[in-house]
Design a protein around this ligand. Structure first.
Ligand code: NAI
Length: 333
């Protein structure tokens, strides 16, 4: 069976080719993202396409895929806000994903961002290299005893809660589905507005949906404690970029860590070091001393890439043979 990969990087090739030794599919890797600009170039012998977070599969793209005989869209990620599932249903294409691949990878990156922003290790690293051992401007705060607000307590949010409990933090959380196991270890569930009102640190771990687009906006930001630290490793569209810039400028938000960004598809996963960046907002955010931006790397561990490759190839193989997948959360259509 032929699987065509989009947005493929050298590490995708390495992990998928290694895992494919068990399957012997024909794998082809294209660097470009999937979207209307390229869909016509797909050859008719392609059985499945494998896509990532910034590939854009709208109804027109999906219709063309169906006309070319593509039978499976395999997301090698958890989030699926970039795929028109209704269109896939309409055109008879199966869609699968990897709902969980080392949730600890993302949770640990969120913690890394929080610790970096708080203890300013990124600044200390540069200072010391210039033999500047001054501590001025490097002061942080103890995480012990602070209240951490967690939005979304699924697999990643739960892993994050457990780490932060280990730091001696109080955890307040919002999720439409409260998790009894987390409650039993001391996580306090409350409505969204109560969580953001009480938290010194807010970390977002829910999926982006039509309902929660720009969940973090002027209203919710002004309901937070002044000087809050905000971490978003989930999806860029959950945070209104213009509103967060204002909140950073007026000190409502003391520090911001983002691994995801609203307009990231034009930037992330690319080396733009030789170009003039057209996105003024990200330039501004990067220039702020209390903002840490990483380019959607929270998932990026050996363990996660191994799991992504294994589950994706298993999903595709089973769906192409019209066989069922035990874990229904891996099938979207
Ligand atoms: P999950 O499906 O296990 O958990 C998501 C949780 O969010 C569920 O418990 C759900 O009830 C809850 N939820 C849904 N809408 C909500 C809302 N409006 N407010 C609060 N909670 C809400 O998903 P998982 O694996 O924990 O992933 C969470 C998100 O993390 C993904 O949707 C994806 O956007 C992001 N992600 C980011 C990665 C990165 O590298 N930066 C890698 C993997 C996932």
């Amino acid at each position: 069976m032929k699987i065509l990969f989009f947005s493929a990087k050298p590490y995708d090739r390495e992990f998928f080719e290694n895992c494919n030794l068990d399957y012997s599919h024909e794998l082809e890797f294209w660097e470009t993202h999937l979207g209307p600009h390229i869909v016509d170039a797909i050859k008719p012998n392609t059985d499945a396409v494998c896509v990532f977070v910034n590939d854009k599969l709208n109804a027109a793209v999906i219709e063309t895929l169906a006309n070319k005989g593509v039978r499976v869209i395999a997301l090698r990620c958890a989030g699926f806000n970039n795929v028109d599932l209704e269109a896939a249903k309409k055109f008879g294409i199966r869609v699968c994903r990897v709902p969980a691949y080392s949730p600890q990878a993302v949770a640990e990156h969120a913690v890394a961002m929080l610790l970096t922003l708080n203890r300013k290790t990124h600044k200390a690293y540069n200072r010391v290299r210039e033999q500047n051992f001054s501590l001025n401007g490097l002061m942080g705060f103890n995480l012990f005893g602070k209240t951490v607000g967690v939005i979304g307590t699924g697999k990643i949010g739960a892993a994050f809660c457990k780490i932060m409990l280990g730091f001696g933090c109080t955890i307040v959380a919002f999720d439409p589905f409260e998790n009894d196991t987390l409650k039993s270890i001391g996580v306090n569930f409350m409505p969204f507005h109560e969580v953001i009102k009480h938290a010194d640190i807010v970390s977002i771990h829910c999926p982006l949906t039509a309902e929660n687009h720009h969940l973090i906006n002027t209203n919710s930001l002004s309901a937070m404690k002044k000087g809050v630290t905000l971490i978003n490793t989930s999806r860029g569209g959950l945070v209104n970029t213009q509103d967060i810039i204002v909140a950073l400028k007026n000190g409502q938000v003391a520090a911001l860590g983002i691994d995801v960004y609203e307009q990231e598809e034009k930037l992330f996963f690319k080396d733009l070091s030789g170009s003039i960046m057209g996105d003024d907002d990200i330039q501004l955010l990067i220039s702020f001393p209390n903002v840490l931006v990483t380019g959607h790397q929270a998932f990026f561990t050996k363990e996660a890439l191994t799991e992504i490759a294994e589950k994706t190839l298993e999903n595709v193989s089973l769906l192409l043979k019209n066989e069922s997948i035990d874990d229904v959360s891996r099938i979207l259509v």
